[in-house]
Structures are given as structure tokens and as C-alpha cells.
Design a protein around this ligand. Structure first.
Ligand code: CU
Length: 471
């Protein structure tokens, strides 16, 4: 199925029903393949209970067919070529043409049957992370089922018993198969209004993953445990990660699962969110507190929820600074503050590829267009309205716009900041808009100081060897 057909299938129920009719007599549903890494529009359910679909960042939702009241999906485990960002493609293993595989969306209480065809060069299985299910459907090769041999199709069947945020991945030669990109998202929507599950206008999901691909190569090294060089969301690195585009005033949920080898503190600018749930289920209200960063540990899933009430282009990223970078040599010496004028040329005459960290920091790299080996990404790249963004890896933007239409997920372009609301060079006096703000700010400060004087306990700080100072 190409993108055009998929759009039709996603938006026109009749087309879905027609194609279901055509294959209804077949024993196994035809697998659907995605040919690109774009964010597909939400797949509005044509059959089964209605729900508010999710949008998978640089991904898509797996179409299904209903047969005798059972929702049937067909996943094909196979080698795929995934574009990590424009300019770089990786040779991965995935499902139905992409890594990660398509998101599975079902409704609480649905009976689900998933056919899994193994087109890998080795055996595999599928584990349904977080699900309540019969033991024999848990997908741990050797423990709960025999491995699925090359060329064979197995099926899994269970009831989606609890609503929530889940994922799927193999439990067979795990280190290799997950390092190669085999994983996917799973969302079980509640069958009715749930006291702990909010209705939202935008519901995004993606998985955190990481690869170690030598610059110039395309296949990840599965033996790498810590030293990854591609930090990705749904197997995409900035600037290849699509932006999250929402309408001002939308309630937004972002579901994140971590299948890397380390934790990721996920950080949102300009808003506070609560963690409303995890793969363990919706969290009790008393357990939700405002945050701007939340750590997602390995094997964990988190749902971030917030009201998008500040217009603008807001950075949304992992807060580990090395995870917002693309491939770099880890043996690059730090020469900040070292005057090495003249040195570089001499070394490069002996070793033409030699490169040093800039003596002023690394920012120059954002603008530098160095010759790169084929099929790799600049270390930090992506250009905004004010120049290079100096980011890579796990970084994208939440775009909040007043005139973004309901249900419109297209990129509105860069935010046009109202005049006088952007940081800029001090030239001796403040612009009128800032001066206007000052009296209010001063009054607030005074009030706070008075409050402190009347209510806060007095602090006395004794400096070593000095006199006491009141604060
Ligand atoms: Cu990270």
C-alpha cells in the first residue's frame, strides 16, 4: 500500500470496508506495508468500537480487519531500510516496511489476533509488553513458546483487558533484534469514559531507540551496550523528527516508551505537564504532579499530559546533551581555551582527516559544512528562523498555534513572535514593551518581599570567621 492508498484507507471508511471484503475469505489478512517515514494522519477506525486515534510520530497505525468479532492484524518481521533523517538511511530489521513497526490501536475488551510472519534470517517471537494475557501468548522464546522459525507464521490471540500505553518487541535474540530496530507501539483505548483517562484533542506516541552505526556504514552494531551514536525517536534523528503541531488550547497527550539501553529525561519547554499514566495503567490523581522534565527509564512508558496554552515553537527533547547530537568521534580532544592556531594545518598535513574541537566551543560545528562520509548526519544540524539550531538526535519542536485547525497535523512553519517579545541585543535602553512591564514586576517583587518579612522565618547566615548577616 503506498502513501496515497493509505491516506484513502485512513480517511474513507468505504475503502477500508471494500478491501476487507476482498480478503475476508483469506485465512490470513494481507499484510500492509508502509514505504516512507512520514507521520501518517490518524487512522480513524472504520470498524469496531469508535475511539479517538493516536498519531505516531514518523510512523503509522496498522490497519486491521474484523473477522467473527475478532480484530486481526498481520505483522511481517523483515529487513527494512529506514531513513533516519534526510541524508542517511539505515539498514534495520522491523515490521511491515518500517522500524518501528506500525502502531497497534485497539479498544479495551477487544479480542485481538495478530499474525506474525518471520522473514528475518533468524528465528523470532513477539512479546506484548504490559499486557494481561494468557501465559502462552507472552512471547518469550523458549519459555512460553517455541521460537518462530524463518519463513513461518505464528498467531497470537488475547483480549485487550486493560486500557493504556504499551509496546511490542521480540523476546528472541533480544540484544540483536532490538538493536536492529524491532519494536512497535500499542495503544488500548478505553471502551467508555474512564475516571483516570482524560479526553484530549491531540494524542501523540513514539518510542525512544538508539543505534550504533559507523559513519559511512548503514547497519547498526548490535554488540554496542552504551556507546551509541544515533539517538532516535521512532528511528528518526533531528532534523528528521517531525514537529508536534497543535492548536492553542488543545489538551495534549504524548506517550513515550523507552527501548534503549539508558534512561532519557524528556523535557518540554514553555509548559508544565503531568505524567498521567504508564504501561502500568492510568496513575491515581494524587500521584500526578507538575513537571517540565520526566525521566523515562529503560523498559518504561510514560504519558505526558498538558494544556497547550502558550503560542510558539517550543523545544521538546531529551535533556542529556549527548542525546541531542548525531554521530561524532568520541576521541575528539577538548581544546576550549587552547590557542591552536597554525597547529591544525600541520597535523592535517600528516593526517588529513584530523579534526579538533573548536577552541571557542563546539558551536562553530553547527555552521560548518565539513565533508562527511556518505550516509551519515552532521553532528548538530537543523536550521531555524534565526540560524543553526545546533541540535541533533532526540530533539524536535512542539508548535502551538492559535490558527491551527482542529484535527490539522500539518506543520504551520516557524512562529512569528509578536514585536518586542524576543531577546535581543542591549543597546542602552529597554524597548517600550519591556519598560511597560517593569512597574508591575517591581510591585510584585515588593509584595513578595513583604510577604517574606511577615511570614517566612528569619534566616541568619554565619560566615566563617565573619560577622552575622541577616537575609
Ligand atoms: Cu536521552
Amino acid at each position: 500500500m503506498n502513501r496515497r492508498n493509505f491516506f484513502q484507507g485512513a480517511t474513507l471508511g468505504a475503502v477500508v470496508a471494500g478491501s476487507v471484503g476482498r480478503v475476508a475469505m483469506a485465512a490470513i489478512p494481507e499484510p500492509v506495508t508502509m514505504t516512507n517515514a512520514n507521520t501518517a494522519p490518524p487512522l480513524v477506525p472504520g470498524t469496531g468500537r469508535p475511539y479517538n486515534p493516536v498519531v505516531t510520530l514518523n510512523g503509522w497505525t496498522c490497519p486491521w480487519r474484523m473477522r467473527d468479532g475478532v480484530k486481526e492484524f498481520h505483522l511481517v518481521a523483515e529487513p527494512v531500510v529506514r531513513e533516519i533523517a534526510p541524508g542517511m538511511k539505515a539498514t534495520l530489521w522491523g515490521y511491515n516496511g518500517q522500524s518501528p513497526g506500525p502502531t497497534i490501536e485497539v479498544v479495551e475488551g477487544d479480542r485481538v489476533r495478530i499474525f506474525l510472519t518471520n522473514k528475518l534470517p533468524e528465528h523470532t517471537t513477539m512479546h506484548w509488553h504490559g499486557q494481561r494475557l494468557p501465559n502462552g501468548m507472552d512471547g518469550v522464546g523458549g519459555l512460553t513458546q517455541p521460537q518462530i522459525p524463518v519463513g513461518k507464521t505464528f498467531f497470537y490471540e488475547f483480549e485487550a483487558r486493560r486500557p493504556g500505553t504499551f509496546m511490542y518487541h521480540p523476546h528472541a535474540d533480544e540484544m540483536t533484534q532490538m538493536a536492529m530496530g524491532m519494536m512497535g507501539f500499542w495503544v488500548t483505548h478505553p471502551k467508555a469514559r474512564h475516571p483516570l483517562i482524560n479526553e484530549v484533542q491531540r494524542d501523540f506516541c513514539f518510542l525512544l531507540n538508539a543505534y550504533d552505526v559507523e559513519p559511512g556504514a548503514s547497519t547498526p552494531k548490535p554488540n554496542t551496550m552504551l556507546d551509541f551514536n544515533l539517538w532516535t525517536w521512532n528511528s528518526r534523528a533531528f532534523p528528521g523528527i517531525d514537529t508536534l503541531n497543535v492548536r492553542l488550547g488543545d489538551k495534549v497527550r504524548i506517550r513515550v516508551g523507552n527501548l534503549t539501553m539508558t534512561n532519557h529525561p524528556i523535557h518540554l519547554h514553555g509548559h508544565e505537564f503531568v505524567v498521567s499514566g504508564s504501561d502500568g495503567g492510568p496513575w491515581p490523581l494524587a500521584a500526578r504532579c507538575p513537571e517540565v522534565t520526566t525521566d523515562v527509564a529503560v523498559g518504561q512508558m510514560r504519558q505526558l499530559e498538558f494544556l497547550a496554552d502558550e503560542e510558539g515553537d517550543w523545544a521538546f527533547h531529551c535533556h542529556k546533551s549527548h542525546h541531542t547530537m548525531n554521530p561524532m568521534g568520541h576521541s575528539v580532544p577538548n581544546l576550549i581555551g587552547v590557542d591552536h592556531r597554525g597547529l591544525l594545518g600541520k597535523i592535517q598535513r600528516a593526517a588529513p582527516d584530523y579534526m579538533v574541537m573548536g577552541e571557542r566551543g563546539m558551536a562553530d560545528m553547527g555552521e560548518m559544512s565539513m565533508p562527511l562520509p556518505d550516509n551519515t548526519l552532521p553532528m548538530m544540524t537543523g536550521t531555524g528562523p534565526y540560524g543553526p539550531i545546533e541540535m541533533g538526535g532526540m530533539f524536535t519542536t512542539l508548535k502551538v498555534r492559535q490558527n491551527q485547525k482542529h484535527g490539522d497535523y500539518s506543520d504551520p512553519g516557524w512562529f512569528k513572535q509578536p514585536a518586542g517579545t524576543r531577546a535581543y541585543e542591549w543597546t542602552g535602553k529597554l524597548p517600550p514593551t519591556y519598560s511597560d512591564l517593569l512597574p508591575a514586576t517591581r510591585a510584585q517583587t515588593t509584595a513578595t518581599a513583604q510577604d517574606r518579612a511577615t511570614s517566612a522565618p528569619e534566616l541568619r547566615v554565619k560566615k566563617p570567621g565573619g560577622s552575622q548577616h541577616d537575609h
